[in-house]
Design a protein. Structure first.
Length: 336
């Protein structure tokens, strides 16, 4: 059995551990008999039976229709607008409605975090217009991934950092825009003045960036930084991921991705999920993400505090985040 199949099945099992959600999925499948969604076959009693007994099923040789259905309805993605979000679309089916109440209960904590998450844009780069997500961990300090910062910055011999140059010797100019929402022209953009730290390849996937108000967009304002949790999350802890999933036509299961993300990419989204495991080096979660989510905020719905910095994953498999304690350590050492 390949690692991809194992992590997919682990992720589906994690979703189905929430008994109320499992039952909601089964009820919904019963009501949908004979209907078909985009990219999905008609639901049948066989699929319902398979999900009902999923934990006792031996892993199969490939992805089943039941597993794709669980990922679609069990881990939705919401659109962010005006620094808020609308849960009304979740009323379309019973499994998504399970999330509606939980997200509404955590609304004030989610809305507090949304303005602290931004998209990292590049000027003068011949390949990329934007490269990932970042979020405020200090009054003017943003955390993102090493592999994001590596796209525009390089380490000098003396340990400082410089912005890379393009083939015309122009300096690449990074910035972060804390809006970039769907169907909105609102801008809240700040230039990245300097790189404070990029972790070495054998360390966690972290980089710290300092912003400047000089050259910021008209009326731009920074919000409060996200609070970091000092406790490791436990499995099944409900979380939210805020970031910028990007379009990628090369990934497998494009129909599944379209169903989950609604063909809305490159703008700020909110994805609920749950913790799969948490260790000293990595936190695993099962929220729906795509490539642009690198650097996304992973936070507990119950507290609003960050539990991780998302750095890898895809729509079908487990997702990975740097634990909040590692972010706090680098913040204390390199941004004081």
């Amino acid at each position: 059995m390949s690692n991809d199949i194992k992590t997919l099945k682990d992720r589906v099992s994690n979703i189905l551990k929430e008994r109320e959600l499992r039952q909601a999925i089964l009820n919904w499948l019963g009501s949908q008999r004979g209907s078909a969604g985009r990219g999905m076959e008609s639901t049948t009693p066989d699929i319902r039976d398979y999900i009902a007994t999923y934990d006792s099923q031996p892993p199969g040789p490939g992805t089943t229709q039941a597993e794709l259905i669980v990922l679609k309805v069990g881990r939705p993605v919401l659109t962010v607008k005006d620094n808020s979000f609308d849960t009304a679309p979740l009323a379309a089916n019973e499994p998504s409605m399970w999330w509606q109440g939980r997200l509404d209960d955590a609304r004030h904590r989610i809305v507090k975090n949304i303005p602290a998450v931004g998209r990292i844009n590049l000027r003068n780069d011949p390949t990329y217009t934007w490269v990932g997500t970042g979020w405020l961990v200090g009054s003017d300090v943003v955390v993102t991934n090493r592999h994001v910062a590596d796209k525009f910055a390089t380490r000098n011999a003396d340990g400082t950092y410089s912005m890379r140059r393009n083939f015309s010797k122009q300096r690449i100019l990074p910035s972060i825009d804390f809006r970039m929402e769907s169907e909105s022209d609102a801008i809240n953009e700040f230039p990245i003045e300097m790189v404070l730290h990029i972790e070495e390849p054998d360390g966690p996937d972290i980089a710290l960036l300092r912003l400047t108000t000089a050259g910021a967009s008209a009326g731009a304002q920074l919000t409060d930084p996200v609070l970091l949790s000092d406790l490791a999350p436990t499995p099944q802890t409900l979380v939210g991921v805020i970031g910028y999933p990007g379009r990628n036509s090369q990934i497998p299961d494009l129909d599944l991705v379209r169903n989950i993300f609604g063909d809305i990419y490159d703008v700020k989204r909110l994805a609920p999920g749950a913790i799969m495991s948490a260790g000293e080096i990595v936190v695993e979660h099962d929220a729906s993400t795509l490539g642009g989510n690198s650097g996304s905020l992973v936070f507990e719905l119950a507290t609003g505090k960050a539990v991780g910095l998302h750095f890898a994953g895809c729509s079908r498999t487990a997702n990975y985040a740097v634990p909040a304690h590692a972010v706090a350590d680098r913040l204390a050492r390199f941004a004081s």
